[in-house]
Design a protein around this ligand. Sequence first.
Ligand SMILES: Nc1nc2c(ncn2[C@@H]2O[C@H](COP(=O)(O)OP(=O)(O)OP(=O)(O)O)[C@@H](O)[C@H]2O)c(=O)[nH]1
Ligand SMILES: [Mg+2]
Length: 313
Amino acid sequence: VDVTDLIRGVLAGERRSVARAISLVEDGAPELAALSAGIFGRTGAAATIGLTGAPGVGKSTLAGELVRTVRLQEDRIAVLAVDPTSPFTGGALLGDRVRMQEHATDPGVFIRSMATRGHLGGMALAAPEAVRILDAAGYGRVIVETVGVGQAEVEVAAATDTTVVVLAPGAGDAVQMAKAGILEVADVFVVNKGDREGAGETARDVRQMLGMGPKRDWAPPVLMTTAPSKDGLGELWAAIEAHRAHMAATGGLEVRRWARLRGEVESLAAARFRTRVSEAFDAAPAIADDLAARRVDPYRTAAILEATVAAGD
Ligand SMILES: Nc1nc2c(ncn2[C@@H]2O[C@H](COP(=O)(O)OP(=O)(O)OP(=O)(O)O)[C@@H](O)[C@H]2O)c(=O)[nH]1
Ligand SMILES: [Mg+2]
């Protein structure tokens, strides 16, 4: 891979370069460090939106509608569909493409599904780097869709400026959401499939759960949509914009972005350190023997390994 050429292509917004760069992120390729260095200074402009929710609630359909709205304003937009639990891009993500088919030929739209095949920090670290590539390529909006409502999925979706949690009547109860930490990270709640029975009830449940939590300076709205008929889509976009405006006005956007960046660097450094500790362990059978024979305890062993790694610097 010619990284210099790749960086040039990404910064010029060339689709093929963007696609190749994201593949490097998926693979955790050694060229990643150079790529990151080449684009980082040109990132920070994109407004990012996270969409998370149980399988089949309508995230991709909503994403397709949001793409349409953004394109009416002539902003370029990218959709990154992420499956944090699967190392392969499976059928569900293929379905996303179909759902957003109408945008496939629009040069202002980039749709890509992503799985992690070797990135050191897993999807939690791979996704933000992929988002930065799209940001550097000039996509003013980036939607990150994650499949599922487990901790990993929520973490990825929450690493955006505005996190939208999508629900459907009957799918996934409120207790399950609370466990996954969704209530805390959601900026906007959407009860999709408003045409289905029980939608009003689901919205009421969410409002009740929110009412029991601590007061926040931004009260997440609970909206109802029916994606195929576009009901409520205007309100959803307005809520996303209102949240962003609120964040910008209160300084919350800067605070959130800085916390994210710092957390990412700490995780990255920790992942690298862990690898080196592992290598040091492998290279020192005597340390392993002492531990296995219970001559040296785990705390002391950890300290020895830490010192070994530090000495190698
Ligand atoms: N009745 C009804 N069906 C909907 C609505 N929104 C989406 N659907 C349908 O629900 C199915 C799943 O929609 P998707 O957009 O693929 O859902 P998703 O959340 O992206 O699914 P995964 O990516 O697999 O988790 C599709 O058949 C959609 O046509 C809605 O508002 N009402
Ligand atoms: Mg989907």
